[in-house]
Design a protein around this ligand. Structure first.
Ligand SMILES: [Zn+2]
Length: 547
């Protein structure tokens, strides 16, 4: 039998500038051998035709440049989000529209639990939708005064915990750490903001959702979601990379049934930088076709909707105090310099515009000390950057991966509570980034918002909030620009554009198989295009007939 397979399609959108569309793609050894008409691709020798996609549209496999593998493990816990959400089982989990509904659900969950010491863990909670009323110990006392209860906020930056967790973590009025919320009497309220405070509680009860994400079932869940959304390459963009996590990833990515490529980013401040640099050198030796170590992730500020983002003057529209640094500005300078000097690519979380400013300054300083071309350091989220910041990023070769899904999920709240009507117009300024020549991608930050690059593209193209408000019309981008951002743009940000991101000879045969042509429909319908499944290295994965 021939080792060449030719796939005809109703249309192939290549993202390759010298041949933007085609009808046939030939695949050999998991790579693209030829693209064009049938005539163009038959010259390589014997072939078989696989016409399974004859009535479908092929795109390069979609690349999610900022998400987290715990999207695959988090469904073992209870969903408390405001918006309805589809689980990996295909079931729709209802949204909870008031803080009372959240409390009632927690009480019900607890009542159904065995009478043992299993912690109750829930996720997706977001008080910004409830007029800003925060959850506190009184709410969780109603759930249990003895069981460990942990409520993860949807932004991933905050937690609420029950009294028993505070006790186990020894968090009292006497502990003064930024991020332990306290009431007027100085007593902890149970809300823990950002890394230092959060990790006290998580470590005390042994909850490590980053490592849980590497278990086989979690990876299968993630793979199912990836297939359903056309994703063939994903990131795990902040992980301490425990020995167990690394061992699991090395094992499972070597399995033929593993249906996505994964680029985990090492949490750069989880260990001192000299140890981090040494660890990176070991990790990259473990890389294979589907596993790509080599990225470093740094956290600077917190979350804008969690009021822990760091904003420049005039600060939060609702008067909330400025947010929290996960790394101090001094630490941002020294850490960026250390990983930059060691030759690694650094992805840096910045939400508020003060965090972006400090980070741009830090990269500028690192480059002044150690000049380096094509470093591809990338600001992640960068939700409030203005034109002057984008101009500096362009001059310094800094890329951006903006959080376009925010426009839909929190655009209304940014207008009315966090940024105000003026600055919200430039939230996730995709058009400005493109116009000023900043290397550009868009993302979901799943599980913060659902994985789904076509939905993310829809957000960047239409800029409609959940209430239907058009937020910052001048920052809308074209469908072609958005499709480039979820393929080549994201691949470039991962330094993988030489092997994925377009349907082009020599690249990996990774395709998203769509039921409709995203360039032929109304832009407002982009999010509704059904995804048939994916092809990864020439191997076909259907979103429906799996397992
Ligand atoms: Zn993230």
């Amino acid at each position: 039998m021939s080792d060449i397979t030719i796939f005809p399609a109703s249309k192939i959108i290549t993202m390759n500038s010298y041949q933007a569309v085609a009808t046939h793609v030939a695949v050999r050894d998991g790579r693209i051998l030829g693209v064009g008409s049938l005539d163009d691709v038959t010259g390589w020798g014997d072939y078989v035709i696989n016409d399974r996609f004859a009535d479908k549209v092929l795109m390069p496999g979609l690349v999610e440049g900022h998400c987290h593998l715990w999207q695959g493990s988090i469904w073992r816990y209870h969903y408390l989000g405001y918006h309805p959400r589809v689980g990996p089982d295909g079931k729709v989990y209802e949204g909870l529209e008031s803080i009372d509904a959240v409390s009632e659900k927690l009480v019900k969950i607890e009542a159904a639990m065995p009478d043992d010491d299993t912690p109750l863990v829930a996720w997706g909670f977001d008080p910004i939708y409830f007029g800003g009323r925060r959850m506190d110990l009184r709410d969780l006392d109603k759930v249990s005064t003895t069981r460990h209860v942990v409520v993860l906020h949807s932004n991933g930056h905050l937690l609420n915990v029950s009294r028993s967790v505070l006790a186990a973590a020894n968090i009292t009025s006497a502990i003064n750490i930024d991020g332990i919320a306290k009431d007027v009497y100085g007593e902890p309220t149970g809300e823990l903001q950002e890394t230092a405070a959060k990790s006290m509680a998580l470590n005390a009860i042994g909850l490590d959702y980053n490592t849980e994400a590497s278990e086989k079932l979690s990876l299968e869940n993630f793979g199912r979601l990836a297939c359903q959304t056309g994703v063939t390459t994903a990131t795990d963009l902040h992980n301490g990379l425990s020995e167990e996590f690394v061992r699991n990833l090395v094992t499972w990515t070597n399995d033929d049934d593993f249906r996505f490529r994964i680029a985990p980013a090492f949490a750069g401040i989880s260990v001192p930088t000299d140890r981090g640099v040494a660890r990176m050198a070991e990790l990259v030796k473990l890389n294979n076709d589907k596993l790509r170590f080599g990225l470093v992730k740094l956290m600077t500020d917190g979350s804008i909707q969690g009021m822990t983002g760091r904003l420049r003057w005039p600060g939060y529209y609702n008067g909330a105090p400025n947010g929290i640094w996960n790394m101090s500005p001094d630490q941002i300078y020294t850490t960026v310099q250390a990983y930059h000097d060691a030759g690694y690519q650094v992805h840096i979380h910045t939400n508020g515009d003060e965090a972006s400013e400090v980070t741009i300054n830090a990269i500028e300083a690192a480059l002044a000390k150690t000049p380096r071309r094509d470093h591809r350091h990338t600001l992640q989220h960068c939700q409030m950057a203005d034109e002057s910041q984008y101009r500096r990023m362009a001059a310094l070769g800094i890329g951006v991966n903006v959080f376009s899904n925010h426009i839909y999920f929190w655009g209304d709240e940014h207008r009315t509570q966090t940024m105000g009507p003026d600055r919200a117009r430039r939230a996730n300024a995709a058009a400005t980034a493109i116009r000023l020549g900043v290397p550009f991608a868009i993302h979901s930050d799943a599980p913060v918002t659902p994985l789904g690059p076509l939905f993310t593209a829809w957000c960047a193209v239409n800029r409609l909030t959940a209430s239907g408000y058009l937020l910052g019309p001048n920052e809308r981008i074209t469908v072609a620009e958005a499709l480039s951002a979820i393929t080549l743009g994201a691949a470039y940000s991962l330094k993988m554009d030489q092997e994925i991101g377009s349907i082009e000879v020599g690249k990996r045969a990774d395709f998203a198989v769509l039921e409709d042509d995203p360039t032929a429909i109304a832009p407002v319908d982009l999010k509704d295009i059904p995804v048939w499944g994916t092809v990864l290295g020439g191997r076909i994965f259907s979103a429906r007939d799996e397992d």
